[in-house]
Design a protein around this ligand. Sequence first.
Ligand code: G6P
Length: 513
Amino acid sequence: MSAEPAGRVLIASNRGPVSFILGDDGKLTSRRGGGGLVAGLSAIAGGAEVLWVCAALNDADRAAARAAPDGRLDVSLSADGAGPLGPESGAGPGGPESMVRMLDIPAPVFDRAYNGVANSTLWFIHHMLYDTPNRPLFGLAFRREWESFRVYNTAFADALAEGAGPAVAPAAGPGTRAMVQDYHLTLAPRMLAERRPDLAIAHFSHTPWAPPEYFALLPDDVAREVLEGILGADHAGFHAQRWADAFLDCCEAVLGAQVDRVARIVRHAGHTTTVGVHPLGVDAPQLRARAGGDDVQAHVTALTEAAGGRKLIVRIDRTELSKNIVRGLAAYRELLITWPQWRGQVVHLAFAYPSRHDLPEYREYTASVQRMAREIVDEFGTEDWAPLVLQVNDDYPRSLAAYRLADVLLVNPVRDGMNLVAKEAPLLSERGCAVVLSREAGAAVELGEGALLVNPYDVSATAQALHEALSMTDAERTRRAALLAQASAACPPDKWLAAQLSALETAARRQPA
Ligand code: G6P
């Protein structure tokens, strides 16, 4: 790490760095937990003694959690996040400095907290996804979910308080720091501060933050509890200034908190929280090394053959309502209608991987994506040209291969905290891909100069941007690609973490002893 976070660091996130599968033989096998959050946080490995508290997400996780001595799994974190392997894997222990405590929260409580509140309520609020004539509807069922959300957050706060160990005397070096992640754990910082006032506590939101008028859809007491939960932390981090500002606006509008916008400080109920902007970028050397693997090369060969010398427009997303895949496909359709010269000359590779299939909205959305893709293929496809290839099974090496081959990358979320796809492709693309990027993604701040920014709701403007991207001169693409690659690698996970830890230390010193 560039700045070694010596001492003890606690991380808390819903999804942890490891998950388990139960084999037919009844044996548990561990594998790396998915997602950018885990990859980013895994960079903490060097120098720090880490305890990572996460939730058991399924029956195999629960079995592993119950079997673990003291509920703790020995895990090896590595900068590429690739090695969370416990004793069951036969890969050897990762050393006492990185342990995972997986919380076996009763399944119905977990379901109401994760699916009911985190994914169906807070995610919808921050991404402004509600179809407001019909939803949200905050009645008795929601109150039950909210109670479970409290129980779930309490379980994390208890585990962190216990895992923090004895208080460190100020003279003995940096005290224990807790880094609480995301909307699932918005109540935990306050709960933890009440249990362990000696800890320095940070919260980080990986999502956007809703503006006050939209945040106020939440019941008043819930809106207050969410904000006060985060304000239990000494430092609250966001990927972009815009989300940090929206949080400050909510603190003022909903809580009447004292907000200093210049210094980005919130004072509320006798506690001070600093608010920071910490944009996460990509570890370029690690990503490039991974993309040079044989498994990726095999996909490069197959995709090159499938493209048959045509240009490639690539998109890679989880099939997630905020990712705006249906409008992206509609824009591709308009491209082929408005600029027919591209017919037969371009192939759209759309990788839309499964996400949150417990929620009916996500299942319906996946069906809409598939329907729209079929329509495009039926309308434009010919004997020797498949205009669109939609893949719905998650395949990381194939995604890396697509990045390498992309001429154009389409990233058009309706709203996104950051979006790392937009930062990964420019680092790998061999031809210097042009990036068509939603102005509503956090990444637009850093990539705006190199990308073609679009309003994600404006399908015609997105089609126009795709046309411009495909038509760009080599010199212009190269110029933009260099800007994109530089911005994408500017803040890799180790720096991102170090900046938060240093902001947290400064913030913790502000509190009255
Ligand atoms: C996205 C968001 C993260 C969030 C994660 C949860 O990746 O950017 O902020 O933590 O989703 O996804 P999950 O699959 O665990 O529900």
